[in-house]
Design a protein around this ligand. Structure first.
Ligand code: AP5
Length: 219
């Protein structure tokens, strides 16, 4: 299974991609998580990315393409992968297509999670994320068993610095201006499937499973 999730910030990409990747035993490659970890560790990529993320903008394409090439050099992608958060611009999509062709690991499907803007704003501003594993929770829609603590590993749940309303609105503007262009790009390649992501996480997951059913093979 070689899958890509696209969709507005807060549409549920991380929630669904993480679950599907765990169920299928393939890596969940989320560029937002990779960048936040780089910032925590103070690496050169982290220092370069931090101001863009903090402002709700996009990290430059050349940095992101380097990040994804390094990630795909690891052997765990041989059995498939679930990509989430990359590409986000047309130059990134073109670079990804070239890289995957070179590696002989092209995408099987692209899932577009569609959700109205008022709903994604509510999801983003209510989100709390585990500091250890990155698992997203929501103060109302998906609370942890113990307030402020991750169910899986006991990590502290924190609010991301880009999850305030003004920054969420800026991220949505960026999505409309840059990332929405990926929809016709993947539609033209016959890869795109639309998923109604406004429903409950369980209902969304069921639809995703049926959309990827036949893309479930290895490699
Ligand atoms: P990233 O971490 O990828 O952020 P994002 O795309 O803005 O997506 P989110 O993480 O906000 O949302 P999501 O769709 O994953 O939703 P989630 O499942 O968490 O990137 C962060 C930043 O890094 C970017 O802004 C950019 O600066 C930079 N970056 C990363 N990749 C880049 C690239 N390729 N190029 C340039 N810059 C890049 O769900 C959201 C909330 O809703 C959670 O609380 C969840 O519990 C809840 N929820 C989920 N599903 C449902 C449901 N069905 N019903 C109710 N609640 C739900």
């Amino acid at each position: 299974m070689r899958l890509l999730f696209i969709g507005a910030p807060g549409s549920g990409k991380g929630t669904q991609a993480k679950r599907l990747a765990e169920e299928r035993g393939v890596p969940h490659i989320a560029t937002g998580d990779i960048l936040r970890e780089a910032i925590r560790q103070g690496t050169p990529v982290g220092r370069e990315a931090q101001p863009y993320i903090a402002a709700g903008g996009l990290v430059p394409d050349d940095v992101m393409i380097r990040v994804i090439e390094e990630r795909f050099a690891r052997p765990d992608v041989a059995g498939g992968y679930v990509l989430d958060g990359f590409p986000r611009t047309l130059p990134q999509a073109e670079a990804l297509e070239r890289m995957l062709a070179r590696l002989g690991r092209p995408l099987d499907r692209v899932l577009l999670l569609e959700c109205p803007e008022e709903a994604v704003l509510d999801r983003i501003t209510g989100r709390r994320t585990c500091e250890v594993c990155g698992m997203p929770y929501h103060v109302r829609h998906r609370p942890p068993r113990r307030e402020g603590v991750c169910d899986r590993d006991g990590g502290r749940l924190v609010q991301r610095e880009d999850d305030t309303e003004p920054k969420a609105r800026r991220r949505l503007e960026k999505y409309r201006a840059e990332t929405a262009a990926l929809v016709p790009f993947y539609e033209a390649r016959g890869l795109l499937r639309r998923v109604d992501a406004s429903r409950s996480p369980e209902e969304v997951y069921r639809e995703i499973r049926s959309a990827v059913g036949r893309a479930g093979g290895g490699g």
